[in-house]
Design a protein around this ligand. Structure first.
Ligand code: PLP
Length: 389
């Protein structure tokens, strides 16, 4: 029997029914503009403030340090461009990041480079891990910010952000971390990590799309990215996305209670998937760090098949996964992450990422393994890439 199995939770997640329920009144009865002082506005503003508290509690931050944005992309843009603009005259024009960041971080760094900034890209090892000592070496008196993600969304590698923060703070350099794929999978306590800025996104944690959060530690120099009215302490203008905010608040409240037990289950399923694939398919490589890796993410390279073809053939059998290449002009290009970790040639264009979620079952995992074996076998039979083929 054909099943429909969603194994692409690092791309997006379904909305939790409890999140849907929390949002519902804001789609109908509670419609005021939260900036207005009448009761219609106030009841909406109260919902927003409750959500701010829910997010703050999950991150172990103060509510005043939580800012709602249009998503992880905006939060990352704001952290980088906002701190850069606040400090360029006082300190300099140098930013440090890694080559395996999300496009929103790499794009922001690239923009600053075009504006004359100096950008240092930290080396990563074969697992994608940044060496904190490389951060120490890259810091100059002009460095205003270091941005290194907490966990990579493709290969799942977890970065030593706490150690990076310790070194940066010795040199009075601020640290931002993109915790979008880490949220709900590993601890993201801003006090433990010590970060000055942190990004999360709603739709990766069972809240709606188009909502994100930037945690900004009190006292961090930053200017607005979006100018306008006095919303959100004058730092992020625009009438709030109330639906999204209520949703991400509820999602954070749920995760605070449940993430650890979710992860224990997901990790077992993930291990079952990896064992199955590695046992039943030859010439497969598991990318990312063996242990310092998100408990829901498996990033494989399957030699002698092409990633996009694998993705599409799995999709025909009802299985949704991601391939690691952006297909530009018909030629598949390995992602910056895959390039940076130095995946050997035969494994470079054949990547496939499985990212599990709370809803997955053992039966789904077993079906995915069975289909993978069948599809890879079929693709290899017709592959021009196979040895001697
Ligand atoms: C999805 C993602 C983002 C972008 O978040 P959006 O809310 O989709 O804009 C940023 N960083 C990482 C690591 C992501 O996986």
């Amino acid at each position: 029997m054909k099943m429909r199995v969603y194994l692409d939770n690092n791309s997006t997640t379904p909305i939790d029914p409890r999140v849907k329920e929390a949002i519902a009144p804001y789609l109908t009865d509670i419609f005021g503009n939260p900036s207005n002082l009448h009761s219609f506005g106030r009841e909406c503003a109260e919902g927003i403030e409750k959500a701010r508290e829910q997010v703050a509690a999950f991150l172990n931050a103060k509510p005043a340090e939580i800012f709602f944005t249009s998503g992880g992309t905006e939060a990352n843009n704001w952290a980088i461009k906002g701190v850069a603009a606040a400090l360029m005259l006082k300190k300099g024009r140098h930013i440090i990041t890694s080559p395996i960041e999300h496009a929103s971080v790499l794009g922001s760094a690239n923009y600053l480079a075009e504006m004359g900034w100096q950008i240092s890209y930290l080396p990563v090892d074969a697992y994608g891990i940044v060496d904190p000592e490389a951060v120490r070496k890259a810091i100059t008196p002009q460095t205003v910010l270091v941005s290194v993600m907490l966990a990579n969304n493709e290969i799942g590698t977890i970065e030593p952000v706490r150690e990076i923060v310790r070194i940066c703070h010795e040199h009075e350099v601020l640290v931002h971390t993109d915790a979008v794929s880490a949220a709900g999978k590993i601890e993201i306590d801003v006090q433990n990590l010590g970060v000055d800025l942190m990004t999360i996104s709603g739709h990766k944690i069972h809240a709606p799309k188009g909502i994100g959060v930037l945690f900004i530690r009190s006292g961090t120099p930053i200017v607005p990215l979006i100018h306008g009215g006095h919303h959100q302490r004058g730092l992020r203008a625009g009438t709030e996305n109330v639906i999204g905010i209520i949703g991400i608040g509820k999602a954070c409240e749920i995760l605070k209670e449940e993430w650890q037990q979710n992860v224990a289950r997901i990790r077992q399923l993930r291990d079952r998937l990896e064992k199955g694939i590695l046992a039943r398919i030859s010439d497969v490589r598991l990318n990312g760090h063996p242990e310092k890796r998100l408990p829901n993410t498996s990033h494989f390279s399957v030699a002698y098949v092409e990633g996009e073809a694998l993705l599409m053939n799995l999709d025909l059998e009802g299985i949704a996964v991601a391939s690691g290449s952006a297909c530009s002009s018909g030629e598949p290009e390995p992602s910056p992450t895959v390039k940076a970790i130095g995946v050997p040639e035969i494994y470079r264009n054949s990547v496939v990422r499985f990212s599990l979620g709370e809803e997955n079952t053992e039966a789904e995992i077993d079906y995915a393994v069975e289909v993978m074996e069948r599809v890879v076998k079929r693709l290899r039979e017709i592959s021009p890439l196979k040895p001697g083929g």
